[in-house]
Write a protein of this length. Structure first.
Ligand SMILES: *Cc1c(COP(=O)(O)O)cnc(C)c1O
Length: 393
């Protein structure tokens, strides 16, 4: 397929799809694939989910957009559902993960100014990914994403991921810090996990220094790691949480949730989005949130994720070419000793769509609805291609 009329910003694979059903995608030649990347963590309920499709069809016949000049009933209902599932107080809606993070960054800055910090700074992490807008690419911890787009945005301080001592030091030396922004489990950066008590320690550090604790759950949210939000594994509440990807199951939506003092920072005129939280996307997202809850998809993500980890741990136990197997719920990374980008093609040839991130990490983000036999099938193919790759190299 020639995509010459589209600006050349993506390295695309030589395949495109006509339709999907559940965990499966079908290409133009009718081949079936297990979609183990879910549109990069977006299709949490799989493809063509009947309840989501029905909600979209019904809402499209009623009202697609009215703007935030008026009350929006679906937006209200979705915000209430998100608050109920998260313990947060209120929500701002945008159209993407980057926009959700922009809202968080603006909350942190205004929070800082309100308490007399003229040059508010936000601590961000090495290897972080927060999006591609100017502020969010600056917050991201990857030179590849930033190079060529300088001047970057001021007001960010970088720290190593998972290093509480480094953050404690920053707290001692930098009175301009007003917030921490981080992923509870890094996705694009290579499926990197935090030490066991780290989020609780961050919570305490933020309380002590009057910083906002802001978690980017764009990828980890909406059931992906086996709780609705990943921070819920740690029994803490952040001040700000951002989410997107799985929330709309493919319709563009981003949400910035705030709690306590962070929830009252923005007022009329401080922030906005023309499309943000429109009736159509909110109708779809409301079905997503309800379905994740009613069908206990967090539990399924825990169980299927444990099944995958168990299979991979057994298969690669004595294999020195596999340096690490990690993740939580249905967000799993298998790190190899060397770059393994070609595994994407090898998996596709065997009917499985995967992704390789950070050069040498096979990343799996299957839909939360995946069942045990599909999970076994996925594990078998992934184990085969990795064994083959290592054996033949
Ligand atoms: C994908 C992602 C983003 C960016 O989301 P967009 O919808 O592409 O703007 C931000 N943060 C994290 C953790 C992500 O995984």
């Amino acid at each position: 397929m020639s995509m010459a009329a589209v600006m050349n910003t993506y390295g695309r694979l030589p395949v495109s799809f006509t339709h999907g059903k559940g965990v499966y995608l079908y290409d133009e030649e009718g081949n079936q694939y297990i979609d183990a990347i879910s549109g990069i963590g977006v299709n949490a309920l799989g493809h063509a989910h009947p309840a989501v499709s029905d909600a979209i069809k019904k809402q499209a016949d009623l009202l697609i957009h009215t703007s935030n000049l008026y009350g929006v009933e679906n937006q209200k209902q979705l915000a209430e559902a998100l608050c109920a599932v998260s313990g947060m107080d209120n929500v701002f809606f945008g159209n993407s993960g980057a926009e959700a993070n922009e809202a968080a960054i603006k909350i942190a800055r205004l929070y800082g100014h309100n308490k007399g910090v003229d040059q508010p700074h936000i601590v961000v992490m090495e290897n972080a990914f927060h999006g591609r807008t100017m502020a969010t690419l600056t917050a991201s911890g990857s030179r590849k994403i930033q190079a060529g787009f300088e001047p970057l945005v001021n007001g960010f301080v970088r720290a190593p991921y998972g290093d509480i001592d480094a953050l404690t030091n920053i707290a001692k030396n930098n009175p301009n810090i007003v917030a921490v922004l981080m992923e509870p489990l890094q996705g694009e950066g290579g499926v990197n996990c935090l030490p066991e008590n780290h989020l609780a320690e961050i919570r305490a550090l933020c309380d002590k220094n009057d910083w906002l604790m802001m978690l980017d759950e764009v990828q980890t949210g909406n059931g992906r790691t086996g709780c609705y939000f990943a921070y819920q594994h740690h029994h803490i509440l952040p001040d700000v949480v951002t989410t997107a990807k799985g929330l709309g199951n493919g319709l563009p939506i981003g949400a910035c949730l705030a709690h306590g003092k962070a929830a009252t920072v923005l007022g009329p005129g401080n922030h906005g989005s023309t499309y943000g939280g429109n009736p159509l996307v909110c109708a779809a997202a409301l079905v997503v949130v309800n379905t994740i809850n009613q069908q206990q998809l967090c539990k399924n993500a825990q169980q299927m994720g444990a099944l995958l980890l168990d299979k991979f741990n057994r298969a690669f136990e004595h294999n020195e070419a596999v340096t690490d197997i990690r993740g939580q719920g249905l967000m799993i990374g298998i790190e190899l000793v060397r770059p393994c980008g070609e595994l994407v093609d090898r998996a596709r040839a065997k009917g499985v769509l995967i992704n390789v991130t950070a050069g040498s990490v096979v990343r799996l983000l299957p839909p939360l609805i995946i069942n045990p036999s599909q999970t076994e099938q996925l594990a078998t193919v992934v184990i085969d291609i990795i064994n083959d790759f290592i054996g033949n190299s």
